[in-house]
Design a protein around this ligand. Structure first.
Ligand SMILES: Cc1ncc(COP(=O)(O)O)c(C=O)c1O
Length: 446
């Protein structure tokens, strides 16, 4: 597969031209990669109006994913905003409800776009039996929920895989949505590699209408590299508006380093990646088995993650994480209950043995009691936009009962909203703030 963006930039670098254009480093600097960091000079094409090298490269990615695929250098955050914009546009143009149904474990880019477009979101609470980071939404629960609604949403928005590595049954969920003529949007930030499994779990292959995939999270791509994918049906509807959607939320200075990285990834994805992924998953599965033999609680997850629950092994995450850091082992994510290790075909082979020996040398202790507080009811007082655009004040979390939550900048951990801006803070919510060590909160000033 050709790499038109890389070829163009290489040729430009070799010409050693006088760079009388931005960026200001003029092709040299301490990183060493500055010479490849160009801007939209003649011949370099335009990300939001592509007609030559970027178009060709995106067509290559579309062939690999077998669906219309667009690049962004600003992460899935950007692609998420674009897909929500598109479905909102569709609903408005067709006189449908603009309401979106979403599970509560959304990334903040979903909240920011619904705020900007003032979209009414109906959050379905399906995490009663697990972590706030996951949703147990399944086809049956969804069907029963939709039956109760007077006004159907135009789309369902889900996060799959979620932060802990759980994947939704997209095929079955989509069957239900088809009955009601509702679109399915998937935050697939952690799942760009799912296309390359022997049995693809790529959301578009399973029936999603649009999805956002962070190439940079699981593929050999620089930070920021991501895709917006559309099903062929969605493409027929939205093709005239996709670039407007991306341009609405994107910078006019996309990173050419990241574009080259996405471009070069096509060559890897179309040749060695599938085989390397298979070998990697085998290594990860072997490690999971060995860790379970050591009595670790390894949660079910998509293949590239190892999600460890430390309390059954006798450790609070905060103590366990100190041991990892002391041994120069840096996880992808951790909260009060889970540690997530993220692997990819680029993981050095020595890492698997290093992780095993490190975890083997940690003594098992008596289990620590597991007590994630539950929030059984949520009460909405304002829309997300009205909450964010109101006057605010910061108060102690312990003194925030009955106030309206107003922060869109979600704490990490837990990385997902405990309560949505515009919702009322209850005692249960306060207990959850405390559980996640959140001591100050932003509320609407009354
Ligand atoms: C579930 C989820 N969705 C979306 C995003 C945003 O992705 P990006 O960093 O590529 O913008 C993240 C980032 O961590 C994420 O974890």
């Amino acid at each position: 597969m050709k790499t038109p963006i890389c070829d163009f930039v290489n040729e430009y670098v070799n010409k050693k031209s006088h760079r009388l254009h931005v960026p200001g480093h003029k092709g040299s600097g301490f990183l060493g990669v500055e010479k490849f960091d160009i801007t939209e000079i003649d011949g370099a094409d335009d990300l939001y109006c592509p007609s030559s090298i970027i178009l060709e490269s995106e067509e290559n990615a579309s062939k690999i994913y077998n669906c219309p695929t667009y690049y962004t250098t600003e992460g899935s955050s950007h692609a998420i905003r674009a897909m929500v914009y598109l479905v909102n546009l569709y609903a408005k143009r067709n006189g449908k409800s603009t309401k979106i149904l979403a599970t509560r474990n959304v990334h903040k880019s979903f909240l920011t776009v619904t705020m900007l477009l003032d979209i009414d979101v109906d959050f379905i609470n399906t995490s009663e039996n697990g972590s706030y980071l996951s949703s147990n939404l399944n086809a049956e629960v969804l069907d029963n929920y939709l039956k109760t609604l007077k006004e159907l949403p135009c789309a369902l928005y889900i996060t799959s895989p979620d932060y802990l590595g759980n994947t939704a049954d997209i095929k079955e969920i989509k069957k239900v949505l088809n009955k009601y003529d509702i679109y399915l949007l998937v935050d697939n930030a952690h799942g760009a590699y799912l296309k390359f499994l022997d049995d693809s779990l790529f959301p578009i292959d399973l029936g999603a209408d649009m999805c956002a995939s962070s190439a940079h999270k699981t593929l050999p791509v620089l930070t920021g590299g991501a895709y917006l994918h559309l099903s062929n049906n969605a493409y027929n509807l939205f093709k005239g508006d996709v670039l407007t959607a991306l341009t609405t939320f994107g910078s006019t200075s996309p990173s050419y380093l990241t574009l080259q990285s996405l471009d070069y990834a096509n060559k890897i994805l179309s040749t060695t990646f599938k085989g390397d992924l298979k070998t990697t998953i085998k290594k990860i599965n072997e490690l999971k088995v060995k860790l379970k033999e050591l009595s670790y609680t390894i949660c079910d997850s998509e293949p590239l993650k190892i999600t460890i629950k430390t309390k059954p092994y006798g450790y609070l995450v905060e103590d366990f994480i100190k041991i990892l850091y002391k041994n120069n082992t840096i996880p992808e994510f951790y909260d009060t209950d889970y540690i997530v290790l993220s692997f990819s075909p680029s993981t050095d082979l020595s890492t698997y043995d290093a992780v095993y020996s490190l975890l083997k040398n940690i003594d098992k202790k008596e289990s620590v009691c597991d007590n994630i507080p539950k929030i059984t009811k949520y009460k909405k007082a304002l829309s997300i936009k009205d909450a964010i655009f109101s006057k605010h004040e910061i108060v102690d979390a312990s003194k925030s009962e009955n106030k309206i939550y107003a922060d869109i900048n979600i704490h990490c951990p837990p990385a997902v909203p405990i309560v949505i801006p515009g919702e009322i803070i209850t005692k249960e919510v306060i207990n959850t703030f405390i559980y996640y060590n959140i001591d100050k909160v932003k509320i609407v000033k009354q």
